[in-house]
Design a protein around this ligand. Structure first.
Ligand code: B1N
Length: 805
């Protein structure tokens, strides 16, 4: 359908009248947003219905991406871009007397995720649709998304994220597709006359899972996939069981909040119920759909792929078994074969505190039938493999041990594919963390390096650069991110090099303005914008960044006329509310900012800006303006990282350890075009094996480190008596778990190198260009195409569409 400016404007005027009974000239941005959203919905409605129908009638194999987190951010602009009407709508609104950007501001971020894992799921949704791949998301519609972060006296304070307060234009409630989910009570197996066993449930509870569908619009390809998020309700039949308000509350709380922990698990009752809730609803609805196709169940893997994004949806395995056994009357062997073929699993972390385990009693109590099935999977696994492997290996790989259910073991045993998210990460899975499984199932392991949606992270968020690219290399990069490579031809072109710098400068001016408005801190766009944006976690080492800033500060204090390139250190990070160490770091960075930003001796050579409430929308503001990308986790700890890719795509120079995808970024740009420092993963493991890391020794040998660390406890940094001591102790008393002190000197040298490079303007511009030109590799389009081919065995729908058109 061709949407002209004229048609669009008339539609806006008409709908505004209908919905709010007013002239468009009187509408507020909020009202305009709602009307615009509903107009945009009509533009993809036909394609959405058609995509559903095509998949059904063509019997297209589809993937269902199960994830307990999705982090789409705002959707208006992205939908406009993908529909190919961004300019039409922007111009139309201008003619009506409004600015699209003001209206865009009205949309609340959809923040149903914590960080990288949830954002990856959303980049994948965008890429799956944009590559014309048949795929859907399956998750939870939390009433409250990730908390809003405020700083009060430098401390993080958490406020609820009431994202649904003004309604959600994009979602469609599908009452008719609701599913009953059962939990609790007792279950026993009753023998039937024909010898089969049927489960009988006593005192169990039924809850209703209601799906809310959101369109995932593909990039100018008429494909509209679905993100299905489930919300809990009390079924009419069960109303009588919920006498008291508390009873109801407990149930309704099930999909109330997202657990705010990133890379960290705390086994909570409600969390386990959340996991089962969206898994059961999702798998049941998939089987219901499959049955419509009238094909034998044994062929399910030809029509359906289910992806388990980290272990949170690992109950997909026993839930599929339950349905096939209890409701479809298949034998165990048949059901198991189908399940393993349908399921695949991604591991996102090797941090042991993030590996999910549930106490047996809790699982038995809340999900008795799941537990029975898991026990049987475990029993058969042990039985089958103990013939071939030593008892210890079997003991280490079984699902149930030490009183706990090991979810990663369940996901690996119950699926045909286990992948890591960057080369190094996958190697560590194979050789260290999951080595025992690799011995048993070598063919199941594979790597899929993460990727990012370049549409959002360049086309939408960095218009100055996008326009420059169009002018320089034409527009094919918008369809094929790999064509960014064409920019490489301009690495000696002075005009292009300065244009890149100008685009960056423009973005820095805009960010400086935002910083002024939100924090009242004045920063110069001529300074180096040095950016670390990610969750606050000890392994990501925001502390290392802070130690270096303090060193620079003391250098200035010691030598007041010290010549240095002015720097703005920009942080964005939320800490899990219960993670007191991470919160101590936030407080300390904020107090150090007070100290440095207000010290007249510093004379604007250093500024620290900690922006509140880091989220997708804030990332879209910061990333285009970044000069330096801080990727400084301890080698082996960051599975992949994705902000590293986004920053590179926007021309920032990466300052990194050899961790996660940083290694692949180095390989893509060449080692002259990235600044690498710190221990390698081998060196880290060598310390573990020798157990000879000695933080105190490093401290005692280095006057610089002493000076910097003492600032935490001697009152130099104000108002952090408690926090400063906690951080100091983590390094000295508890021997510096993430080798911050060991990497300190190397990091300072790397920072020096950044400064030298920056002072050679042309060289810096060239590095920036080379980073942009080589970022196409990290497009999530490639990543999902690899998943589609190697793991899901699904194909793009275009081939067929072209034929039938
Ligand atoms: O997943 C991202 C990676 O790029 C990051 O390196 C990795 O840290 C991140 C439990 C997690 N791993 N594990 C989690 C999140 C929430 C939770 O409750 C674990 N997040 C990651 C994408 O691959």
């Amino acid at each position: 359908m061709k949407i002209t400016k004229k048609v669009f404007k008339e539609e806006m005027i008409q709908r505004l009248k209908e919905k709010y009974a007013m002239d468009i000239s009187d509408a507020t941005p909020q009202e305009l947003f709602h009307v615009l959203g509903s107009v945009v919905k009509t533009y993809y409605a036909d394609d959405w219905v058609q995509t559903w129908k095509d998949y059904l009638t063509e019997e297209t194999k589809q993937v269902y991406y199960f994830s307990i987190e999705f982090l789409p951010g705002k959707m208006l602009k992205s939908n406009l871009l993908n529909l190919g009407i961004l300019d039409t709508v922007r111009d139309g609104l201008t003619e009506l007397g409004f600015s699209l950007d003001d209206i865009v501001d009205q949309e609340k971020d959809m923040a149903l995720g914590n960080g990288g894992l949830g954002r990856l799921a959303s980049c994948f949704m965008d890429s799956i649709a944009s590559c014309g791949l048949p795929g859907n998301g399956n998750g939870i519609r939390y009433d409250y998304g990730l908390f809003k972060q405020r700083f009060v006296d430098g401390y993080q304070v958490e406020l609820p994220d009431e994202w649904l307060n003004n309604g959600n234009v994009w979602e469609v409630r599908k009452e008719s597709k609701a599913i009953d989910v059962r939990f609790g009570g007792d279950v026993y197996m009753m023998p039937l006359a024909d010898g089969r066993l049927k489960p009988v449930y006593e005192n169990s509870r039924l809850i209703k899972a209601v799906p809310y569908d959101t369109a995932m619009v593909g990039y100018q390809n008429d494909v509209v996939n679905t993100l299905r998020l489930w919300s809990v309700e009390i079924p009419a039949s069960e109303e009588s069981k919920y006498r008291s308000l508390e009873d109801r509350r407990e149930l309704e709380d099930l999909t109330a909040v997202l657990y705010p922990d990133d890379s960290n698990e705390r086994g909570r009752r409600i969390r386990l119920l959340q996991e089962y809730f969206f898994v059961s609803a999702g798998v049941q609805s998939i089987v219901r759909y499959f049955k419509k196709l009238n094909k034998p169940l044994t062929t399910m893997s030809q029509s359906i792929a289910i992806h388990i994004n980290d272990t949170h949806p690992a109950l997909c395995v026993p839930e599929m078994m339950r349905i096939l056994l209890d409701e479809c009357d298949l034998s165990w062997e048949q059901a198991w074969e189908i399940t393993v073929k349908v399921m695949s699993y991604t591991n996102h972390t090797i941090m042991s505190e993030a590996l999910e385990k549930w106490p047996i009693e809790l699982m038995q109590d809340l999900l008795p039938r799941m537990y029975q099935i898991i026990e049987e999977i475990d029993r058969r696994f042990v039985n089958q493999y103990r013939k071939y492997y030593e008892a210890d290996l079997i003991e280490r790989t079984r699902i149930i041990r030490n009183g706990q259910v090991h979810m990663a073991n369940l996901a690996i045993i119950g699926s045909h594919s286990t992948n890591g998210v960057a080369k190094l990460h996958t190697d560590l899975l194979k050789n260290v963390v999951l080595h025992d499984f690799y011995v048993i199932f070598p063919g199941r392991f594979n790597n899929k390096t993460n990727g990012i949606a370049e549409r959002r992270w360049l086309q939408l968020s960095n218009e100055p650069l996008a326009k420059l690219l169009d002018k320089t290399i034409k527009t094919s990069w918008r369809q094929k991110p790999n064509d960014l490579h064409l920019l490489q031809n301009f690495v000696e072109d002075d005009a292009v090099l300065s244009a890149i710098e100008e685009a960056k400068y423009k973005n820095k001016v805009a960010l400086a303005q935002y910083i002024k408005e939100t924090t009242d801190i004045v920063v110069s766009p001529n300074a180096i914008f040095d950016v670390q944006i990610k969750r606050l976690h000890a392994y990501k080492r925001q502390l290392l960044n802070l130690l270096h800033i303090l060193k620079l500060y003391f250098d200035i204090k010691a030598k007041p006329d010290l010549q240095m390139e002015p720097r703005v250190f920009i942080f964005g990070a939320k800490a899990a509310p219960s993670y007191s160490y991470a919160k101590a770091i936030i407080k300390t960075i904020n107090e150090t900012a007070q100290l440095i930003n207000n010290d007249p001796d510093v004379k604007d050579r250093l500024k620290i800006v900690f922006l509140e409430n880091y989220n997708v929308t804030l990332a879209e503001r910061i990333i285009p303006a970044a000069d330096v990308s801080e990727q400084i986790s301890l080698a082996s700890k960051e599975a992949s990282g994705t902000s590293n890719m986004k920053l590179m795509l926007n021309g920032a120079v990466t300052l990194a350890t050899l961790d996660g995808a940083n290694i692949e970024i180095r390989d893509a740009v060449g080692k002259e075009n990235i600044v690498i420092f710190g221990l390698t993963e081998e060196e880290v493991y060598a310390y573990y094996h020798a157990q000879n890391y000695n933080a105190l020794g490093i401290y005692e040998d280095s006057p610089t480190i002493q000076k910097v660390l003492n600032a935490f406890i001697d009152g130099t940094i104000p108002n952090i008596q408690f926090e400063g001591q906690e951080i100091f102790d983590s390094l000295i008393k508890y021997n510096d778990e993430f080798f911050v002190l060991r990497d300190f000197d190397s990091y300072c040298l790397a920072q020096k190198r950044i400064e030298e490079l920056y002072q050679d303007k042309r060289r810096w511009q060239q590095i920036s260009l080379i980073n942009i030109a080589n970022a196409g590799k990290f497009s999530a389009d490639h990543t999902v195409e690899r998943y589609a081919e190697d793991i899901w065995q699904i194909e793009p729908v275009f081939a067929h569409k072209e034929l039938t058109r």
